[in-house]
Design a protein around this ligand. Structure first.
Ligand SMILES: Nc1ncnc2c1ncn2[C@@H]1O[C@H](COP(=O)(O)OP(=O)(O)O)[C@@H](O)[C@H]1O
Ligand SMILES: C=C(OP(=O)(O)O)C(=O)O
Ligand SMILES: [K+]
Ligand SMILES: [Mg+2]
Length: 574
């Protein structure tokens, strides 16, 4: 409860913009009763002034002091979920939706946010920058005006050889024995048995006898003749050309690399677009080594005032061979099963997925499982049993997040697909908890400095304690989100409420398993932070008498001594 005196109010009013009573403060209506005003603490200094002025305009000026009730910087969806389902009922697995023409209106985006979209993904392979800018604007507007907290991710196109034209807009069958010309030259109208590739040098180094594979096995060809840069290829395994079908070349059972850079000129321009739009994540397509990730991170560090997290997409054979260095260099990973299935035999995808998920967990990096989770829902209103099993398996493996691609971008049932993810993950999380699967996890030590090691130990002990004691929630006070993610890594039963004063950390934590990030102003005095936030949670009816909260903190206790203060406390609400 902050109390304003008349003299403070006079100062505030002197600078305050005109206030519209219908405006909402941090997504909630301003409530004025007997001089008390609700607004978000974070916004007290700016929007709080507006709220106070509103109170004055509403005629409560006669009071000597004005009390301001502070709301927490909770997002409306987490708040509703907590009220409806209680602490243990809160979903832990995060949900990412690809935004496309089927879900890009303000109303559609709001519905996705309401149904639990934590991150909106924009695939820069498709559509114009203006289109993407418009969508980002809408998401930011929803966050600001309706109290959501949806992060924005852009996904680079990356360098890949694919079909740009095969003569028809839909799919086309290649029959066994038919001979096709693959060329980089554009052709007019329809030229039978001719396929245009996107990249001038696509046939460089390719020899007669090499195998050309479409979409990882949708169809296969043998190169029978090379004419200039064009390839004449005979179909050895019939199948379909789909729009943008991917081309890969093989020799003696080994993939030939095209040697294109991970980020093309267009990708760099898209990265700068992401910086200027203030996105939260950049997912990097076709990463092959840690250096490309480091290059992008350096670029972002130099060019962006905001801390943008870089996710490496694992979707090439080469990236699998250098997995550990790539995970180490990035801020998170996407298991991009779509393109990965082009270079890796399909039967290996499930184990590769589980290996990557485990490694990311060990190295404390969030991991997204992507592509074809509910593919049939692009068309049909219910998923297949196999799809639900696939989704549940990813949740059982404790992936941080699940992603929709075409299901939301172009699908007829995007909203429903998101609900399927939400229900399937809640169900599997409950089962995992009931089966007590948490205890079977071992983590490797990451830190080299003593304080890093202390943080890791505190977090794993805290989670063990929280589980053994059956506390209702974990509260963590964190500057950059590191402590929150170390707790998340241990996959506790209760949800992790991460209080941070860094809005970039808050948006990044949206991708981490079981973390509910909350934006607040944190003081140097840790005890004051703890009692203040617990008070706020209690006043707002979010924690109740008798509930137990395990509190973890790692902030500098006092500036004067610069001692690091790391502790675990258990608070029973009275
Ligand atoms: N911004 C967009 N504009 C138009 N179509 C899109 C957009 N994003 C995605 N799509 C469509 O949704 C499909 C699935 O999305 P995604 O899996 O991200 O791409 P891709 O199929 O290229 O790997 C795409 O093939 C494309 O048809
Ligand atoms: C997520 C993926 O990347 P994109 O959709 O950009 O091809 C994938 O290949 O699985
Ligand atoms: K992409
Ligand atoms: Mg891909």
């Amino acid at each position: 409860m902050a109390v304003y005196s008349d003299s403070m109010l006079q100062k505030i009013f002197a600078k305050s913009p005109t206030f519209d009573l219908n405006k909402r403060v941090f997504g909630k209506p301003v409530t004025i009763s007997g001089g008390a005003i609700s607004c978000n603490e974070r916004n007290l200094k700016s929007k709080g002034k507006i709220a106070v002025k509103a109170a004055a305009e509403a005629g409560v000026m006669g009071l000597k002091n004005y009390e301001v009730n502070l709301d927490l910087g909770f997002d409306v969806v987490a708040e509703r979920e907590l009220r409806e389902k209680g602490f243990l009922g809160m979903r832990k697995t995060k949900l990412v939706c690809t935004i496309g023409p089927a879900c890009c209106s303000l109303e559609d985006l709001e519905r996705l946010a309401m149904r639990g979209m934590n991150v909106a993904r924009l695939n820069m392979c498709h559509n114009t920058r203006e289109w993407h800018r418009d969508v980002i604007g809408k998401i930011k507007k929803l966050n600001e005006e309706k109290g959501f907290s949806v992060s924005v991710m852009i996904d680079t196109e990356g360098s890949l050889i694919h079909v740009v034209d095969h003569g028809v807009p839909s799919s086309l069958k290649a029959e066994e024995g038919s001979v096709w010309v693959f060329t980089a030259q554009k052709f007019e109208g329809s030229r039978p048995f001719t396929v245009q590739a996107n990249y001038q040098g696509f046939s460089e180094g390719i020899m007669v006898g090499d195998e050309l594979v479409i979409d990882g096995g949708m169809a296969r060809f043998e190169v029978v003749e090379k004419m200039g840069d064009d390839l004449h290829c005979k179909c050895t395994d019939p199948g379909l050309f789909l729009p943008r079908a991917k081309l890969s070349f093989w020799r003696d059972g080994k993939l030939s690399y095209h040697g294109l850079p991970t980020l093309s000129t267009k990708d760099w321009a898209d990265v700068d677009f992401g910086i200027s739009e203030g996105v939260d994540f950049i997912a990097m397509s076709f990463v092959n080594d840690a250096d490309s990730v480091k290059d992008l991170k350096n670029h972002l560090f130099a060019k962006s005032s905001k801390s943008i997290r870089v996710l490496a997409k694992i979707e090439t054979l080469e990236s699998l061979q250098k997995l550990e260095e790539i995970v180490e260099a990035s801020d998170g990973i996407m298991v991009a099963r779509g393109d990965l299935g082009v270079e890796v035999p399909l039967e290996q995808i499930p184990t590769v997925q589980e290996d990557i998920t485990r490694l990311c967990r060990q190295m404390n990096k969030p991991v997204i499982i992507a592509s074809q989770l509910l593919e049939s829902m692009v068309e049909y209103p219910t998923p297949t049993r196999a799809e639900v099993a696939d989704v549940s398996e990813a949740v059982r493996q404790y992936a941080d997040a699940l992603m929709l691609s075409g299901e939301s971008a172009i699908g007829l049932h995007g909203q429903k697909a998101l609900s399927v993810l939400q229900m399937a993950s809640s169900r599997m999380e409950l089962w995992s908890r009931e089966e007590n699967r948490q205890s079977s996890i071992s983590n490797r030590q990451l830190g080299s400095s003593l304080s890093d090691c202390i943080a890791e130990e505190i977090c794993s002990c805290a989670v063990q304690m929280a589980n053994n004691l059956g506390v209702d929630a974990i509260f963590v006070y964190t500057k950059r989100g590191e402590m929150a993610s170390l707790l998340s890594r241990n996959r506790p039963y209760p949800p992790i409420f991460a209080f941070t004063s860094d809005s970039d950390a808050r948006m990044a934590l949206n991708l981490q398993w079981g973390v509910i990030p909350i934006l607040v102003d944190l003081a140097d005095d840790m005890e004051a932070n703890i009692s203040k936030t617990i008070d706020l949670m209690r006043t707002n009816g979010m924690v109740k008498e008798g509930e137990a909260v395990l509190v973890v903190s790692d902030l500098t206790a006092t500036r004067a001594t610069s001692t690091i203060f790391q502790s675990i406390q258990v608070k029973i609400i009275v």
